[in-house]
Design a protein around this ligand. Structure first.
Ligand code: GDP
Ligand code: MG
Length: 669
């Protein structure tokens, strides 16, 4: 079996091609760097395996992703490279291609996005390009699958062991001499000494580390310095790597002169026209907010809530009576019935009714990613983010965090600066995730009936504003920032395909459903047991239960925040498991047969102001268990993990307290 590596710039369609070539599904998105993990699949024809590397602009690693890719290319054995190139952005993409060609493994170019290139008036002579580069160049449209058969064929041929034409571009006498001197010292068995030398001079840290294992470090440093000095003196460049990139760009430019023709002059693309408006200096942020507002309108008022009501009616109507009949006919004990209805139905059912709303939200997030709007949001937020010491790119993990904090935090891997990455990781939990949505949904349905979308939007904005303020605070105190640069590029807009959207919605949403079957199920049984038992035995009155005792302890501390009951205390403790469990706990505690009844009961226990303060507290108080786990994994630091939990508790307390103060001052209670 041969192993083929898929390499290319971010957002060029690697994952799409991966999916059509292997027939399996993988997460597909439309912003730079969605792929952060190594994915392996079996080629459709069964003639090998395909490995999807993270997107990279150059082999010289700048970001965490590029380092993963660079290490892979250096360290692992594989048979050939499938280089995905965006036909509409050839000059930028070929920079990587040239480096891969210099590396010297068999290579096939999949020239993707041919449809986009054609639309924007580019005519590419692929056979000429293939001649110039000395490798097969196959035009593809990964999205529709056009050309992928030919790609399969070409990679099969490429691994059949035909001799390669060595690829060579000259970097000028000065550098070539230095390269020759270095390659002479390299051990014989190295695959591509010339490539190693060029990468070394370009500043590739992975290659340098590899060289230092066999060659004297002082000699290397000396060579690097003297070469850089003479190049700078002769050609007036600032650095050695700048010189190399310039040389490469000149070669690429010369190739493109020979094989690309622009047919429509002065063609303004559709994307540019839309961007005029949505990334406008003044309109950008209001448009984004309007978009979010419509999202919540859709989620709560227009589609989501009616669907939730239907589901609720089904669970607590036919499903409940069917189960009752079944249990009765089996002669089930009261304990079992109580466990099933007061525990599982209340706990799991109470959360499942929010599935429609959560899926709609995930659908919209998938749409944002896949249409290309995500990158615009990042660029619109850039100026705001810069004020607090971050850049627009760090907003992307945060938006993903709106769906679920866990993938949001993982997406922070694409951020180059370690400190910005850390800040993003510890602030993403402030983004209101879909689990919190089930709590909001429950409460706004009671206390803010006429403006549900607006109230929920305010909570989302609260999370974002706090994240920005805290970023400022942290970056000027505990985490002094380096200068940052903004590198998100704007991919062209694309109308997302229905198939991709629905798959990616399901990919995200299934976690929620799975949680209902595992965590929330287990949590519900546990909570019910705690409510069923107490210091004085079984089947105790609810306020004599263990749950009431534990909740009561917490409740005391929460009194200044407006929700000092043991019920709220108990819900908050269990909410650490997963925020939806707050809803489960409430259902169990108030022994409500369905959502409507629970809402009726809660109306008597909270005021609107207390409910708002409670929702804000739920948003902020502590990242859920899974999020804490991923923070630990991504920061590799127990200290930062504790920090994330503790600062969140403090902020939650302060904010809820302020909400009560301000609310009371305004005459609410
Ligand atoms: P990756 O970041 O390289 O893995 O790229 P993806 O596979 O995630 O693709 C990025 C976006 O480009 C997605 O929205 C795809 O649907 C879209 N896309 C991929 N290939 C094509 C293509 O050939 N034509 C067009 N128009 N869009 C494509
Ligand atoms: Mg990808």
């Amino acid at each position: 079996m041969s192993e083929i590596v898929l390499a290319g710039n971010p957002n060029t369609g690697k994952s799409s091609l991966f999916n059509t070539l292997t027939g399996s599904y993988e997460y597909v998105g439309n912003w730079a760097g969605v792929t952060v993990e190594k994915k392996v699949g079996t080629l459709k024809a069964g003639k090998g395996t395909l490995i999807d590397l993270p997107g990279l602009y150059s082999l010289n690693p700048l970001s965490h992703d590029e380092e993963v890719a660079s290490r892979f290319l250096l360290g692992e054995s594989f048979d050939s490279i499938l280089n995905v190139v965006d036909a509409s952005q050839l000059d930028r993409n070929l920079n990587l291609t040239v480096q891969l060609l210099e590396y010297g493994k068999p290579l096939v170019i999949a020239l993707n996005m041919m449809d986009v290139a054609r639309q924007s008036g580019l005519e590419i002579d692929t056979s000429r390009l293939s001649e110039l580069l000395g490798v097969p160049v196959i035009p593809v449209v990964a999205r529709s699958g056009k050309g992928t058969d030919q790609v399969l064929e070409a990679i099969t041929r490429s691994t059949s062991g035909e001799a390669l034409k060595p690829y060579f571009i000259s970097y000028g006498e000065l550098l070539e001499n230095a390269v020759a001197e270095l390659t002479e010292r390299l051990p014989e068995e190295i695959l591509s000494p010339r490539w190693m030398a060029i990468q070394f001079f370009e500043g590739n840290s992975v290659v340098r580390a590899a060289l230092e294992a066999t060659i004297d470090k002082e000699w290397l440093d000396h060579q690097y310095k003297t070469t850089e000095e003479s190049l700078c003196r002769t050609f007036g460049v600032r650095t050695l790597s700048q010189y190399i990139r310039k040389q490469r760009a000149d070669h690429i430019h010369a190739y493109l002169e020979q094989c690309v023709r622009h047919t429509k002059e002065g063609y303004r693309t559709f994307s540019e026209r839309i961007d005029r408006i949505v990334t406008d200096k003044f309109l950008g942020i209001p448009i984004f907010l309007l978009f979010m507002y419509l999202t919540f309108k859709l989620t709560f008022e227009w589609i989501g809530s009616p669907l939730s009501d239907l589901l609720d009616a089904f669970i607590n109507g036919p499903l409940r009576s069917g189960t009752t009949w079944l249990l009765d006919s089996m002669g089930a004990q009261d304990f079992i019935k109580a466990l099933i209805f007061d525990g599982i139905f209340a706990g799991v059912g109470g959360v499942l009714v929010f599935v429609p709303q959560i899926f709609i939200l995930f659908f919209i997030i998938s749409f944002i990613e896949d249409s290309g709007y995500m990158a615009r949001i990042a660029s619109v937020m850039d100026r705001l983010m810069e004020l607090v010491g971050l850049n627009g790119k760090t907003f992307i993990p945060m938006i993903i965090g709106f769906g679920c904090n866990v993938p949001g935090i993982m997406a922070a891997r694409t951020i180059e600066q370690p400190k910005e990455r850390l800040l993003t990781i510890i602030l993403t939990p402030l983004m209101s995730c879909s689990a919190r949505l089930s709590v909001y949904s429950l409460f706004v349905g009671i206390f803010f009936k006429s403006n549900q979308a607006l109230v929920v939007l305010s909570l989302y904005v609260l999370g974002v504003v706090l994240a920005l303020l805290l970023a400022k605070l942290f970056s000027s105190t505990i985490l002094k920032q380096q200068e940052s640069m903004f590198v998100v590029e704007l991919p062209p807009y694309r109308i997302p395909q229905w198939k991709t959207l629905s798959r990616s919605t399901w990919e995200k949403g299934k976690g929620f459903v799975r949680k209902a079957g595992t965590f929330i199920f287990g949590g519900s049984v546990l909570i019910w047991l705690l409510s069923y038992t107490g210091p004085h035995g079984f089947n105790v009155a609810m306020d004599q239960s263990f749950l009431a005792k534990i909740g009561g302890l917490i409740g005391q501390v929460l009194t200044p925040l407006g929700f000092g009951s043991w019920q709220a205390g108990a819900a908050l403790i269990t909410g650490f498991l997963a925020k939806e469990v707050v809803v489960s706990t409430m259902n169990i505690i108030y022994a409500a047969p369905d959502t409507a009844t629970l809402q009726g009961l809660l109306a008597g226990h909270f005021t609107a102001l207390q409910a708002y303060s409670f929702m804000a507290f739920i948003l902020l108080y502590v990242p859920c268990l899974a999020t804490v786990g991923v923070i630990r994994k991504e920061t590799m630091s127990a200290r930062w993990t504790w920090f994330s939990v503790l600062y969140a508790l403090v902020i939650a307390y302060i904010i809820s307290y302020i909400i009560m103060l301000v609310g009371r001052a305004l005459g609410y209670n």
